[in-house]
Write a protein that binds this ligand. Structure first.
Ligand code: NAI
Ligand code: MG
Length: 518
């Protein structure tokens, strides 16, 4: 496996992998039973067709072939799912179940994910396109770990006792304390770049806090969420606690965002749709948390360990086909080493093995969809016409499927669309900088604020940058390091609230103050 998801190893190994385009490998036989079974929605513990009877097609991005037909839920199905989730929350066993029992169920989901790691990774590779090794070691392993981490919190959700004394009645005595209560029925709308992992990031904290859920996977990649739904039932989670509606954003997603019996919506996806979600939530002022786009700066100083920095910069943008909200898509390189770094990252880009995720030697798969392929190739053309130069890549691959070349754009400048807008593909724009003062201005010159990376041997400089950069995650001499315990989320237009860590519990809990007169 060349693209070892252990970051330190991954950086080093990228350079050593053999070149050439990997051939399309067939879909594993073992997936056929899952693929050929009808793909229904999970509502109130039952697998059901859409009320309209409609289905939509799901594609294999490596071959552009249809792999499954999936129930096309819309507002009518959302209505049923909300009723099931409301019942499970308002009357059902879930809100009455103790933390210890919830914890055991959530832990069991993590175990079941691990037991089905190969199958889930195959589904992810087929549906999303990413290399199998990456799906198994990153997506599936982190998803299992997220449930395990969150299982621990179910027994540790506590309020405080708070001493109070009223200035206008100092002799009166009270016992005051807070309760931490679940926010209620939660709508969760997730994207296609890490389908199973995004479901885990959303479901695990909702379950640990005692909420019930209507989950809507992305229309491009609904399959792993459906398999996860089966595992959630197998774990023993009561009916109606997790409901899964497959369908399109404009119909099913919009119905979730605007529903007045949903108490909170958690969204991951584009900043554009994030703003629509906020507007849709105004009807009942439901809580909103958002994990949105990014255009993250990755900085290389001339005093960095250049071998690690170059491999790290390539990995920051080419990992997962660049379809990563925190991808290091703006590469700032100190002037003295700019040419060397651009040449090094370009060399890696030219040697990356692009192909089917089922080919064991593949390091980068296809983009997820025809739409995303058109979007990324549109940016490649725009970049060149605005004056950037492709030092590596620059176009699509001439073969079936949604394959593009890993691309390094040099001579990029801050006014170009490829530097300002999220591309969400394997395209990095490299820009030189002079000194620290200039760098901080450039790094923060973006509407986004999701992540940032810096490569230097000067720890003071690294820490000064970590303080100055407006981003929710900062990686020093590393990139894309994720852990269930570490909060992740955006400054500025990259979002509201945090995923993971105990920070995410805030999204799903509300505080009640109770005051007793003694
Ligand atoms: P999107 O934001 O439209 O889709 C994300 C999710 O939102 C999907 O489940 C979709 O069905 C749902 N959705 C779409 N419109 C909705 C609406 N009006 N109401 C409720 N839900 C809705 O993202 P899309 O179109 O797939 O990709 C476009 C761009 O968004 C990408 O090129 C990328 O730049 C960005 N993006 C960012 C992601 C991130 O992790 N921050 C993930 C996916 C896309
Ligand atoms: Mg969209």
């Amino acid at each position: 496996m060349c693209l070892n998801p252990e970051p330190a190893v991954r950086y080093k190994n990228l350079k050593e992998c053999p070149m050439s385009v990997a051939t399309n490998s067939p879909v594993p036989e073992s997936l056929q039973p899952f693929l050929s079974s009808p793909k229904k929605m999970l509502i109130g513990g039952k697998w059901v067709d859409a009320k309209s009877g409609k289905t939509f097609e799901v594609f294999d991005p490596a071959s552009d072939q249809v792999i499954a037909g999936v129930a096309e839920g819309d507002a009518a199905d959302v209505e049923l799912a909300v009723a099931a989730a409301r019942k499970a929350f308002d009357q059902g066993p879930w809100s009455k179940m103790g933390g210890s029992e919830r914890s055991r169920l959530i832990w069991r989901i993590g175990e079941l994910i691990e037991e089905h790691a190969d199958e889930l990774a195959q589904i992810e590779t087929l549906d999303n396109g990413k290399p199998f090794a990456v799906a198994k070691a990153a997506d599936v392993a982190l998803a299992a770990d997220m449930f395990r981490y969150m299982a621990g919190w179910a027994t540790k959700i506590e309020g405080n006792t708070i001493p109070i004394q009223l200035p206008y009645a100092p002799e009166s005595e009270f016992h005051a304390f807070t309760l931490r209560e679940p926010v209620g029925v939660v709508g969760q709308i997730i994207p296609w770049n890490f389908p199973l992992l995004m479901a885990a990031w959303k479901l695990a904290p909702a379950l640990t806090t005692g909420c019930t859920v209507i989950l809507k996977p992305a229309e491009q990649t609904p399959l792993s969420a459906l398999r996860l739904g089966e595992l959630i039932l197998q774990a023993g989670v009561p009916d109606g606690v997790v409901n899964i509606i497959t369908g399109f954003g404009e119909t099913a997603g919009a119905a979730i965002a605007s529903h007045d019996q949903i108490d909170k919506v958690a969204f991951t996806g584009s900043t554009e749709v994030g703003k629509l979600i906020i507007n849709a939530a105004t009807g009942n002022l439901k809580r909103v948390s958002l994990e949105l786009g990014g255009k993250s700066p990755n900085v290389i100083y001339d005093d960095a360990d250049l071998d690690s920095a170059i491999a790290g910069a390539a990995d920051a943008i080419f990992f997962n086909q660049g379809e990563v909200c925190s991808a290091g898509s703006r590469l700032f390189v100190q002037k003295g080493v700019y040419d060397e770094v651009v040449a090094g990252v370009s060399e890696i880009a030219k040697n990356l093995k692009v192909g089917s995720g089922f080919d064991a030697s593949t390091q980068m798969g296809p983009l997820v969809s025809r739409e995303q392929f058109d979007r990324v190739t549109g940016y490649l053309k725009a970049g060149v016409s605005e004056g950037a130069e492709a030092a590596a890549g620059g176009s699509a691959l001439d073969r079936p499927g949604y394959f593009v070349q890993p691309t390094v754009l040099k001579n990029a400048s801050e006014d170009m669309s490829v530097v300002r807008e999220e591309i969400f593909g394997p395209v990095v724009a490299a820009m030189p900088f002079g000194d620290e003062a200039e760098l901080v201005g450039q790094a923060n010159n973006t509407a986004y604020g999701l992540a940032a990376g810096i490569w230097t041997r000067d720890i003071s400089k690294a820490h000064r940058f970590a303080k100055a950069v407006k981003a929710g995650s900062v990686w020093i001499n590393c990139y894309s390091v994720f852990d269930a315990a570490l909060p992740f989320g955006g400054y500025k237009q990259s979002g509201w609230g945090r995923e993971m860590g105990h920070a995410v519990l805030e999204n799903y809990l509300q505080t009640k103050s109770v005051c007793v007169s003694l």
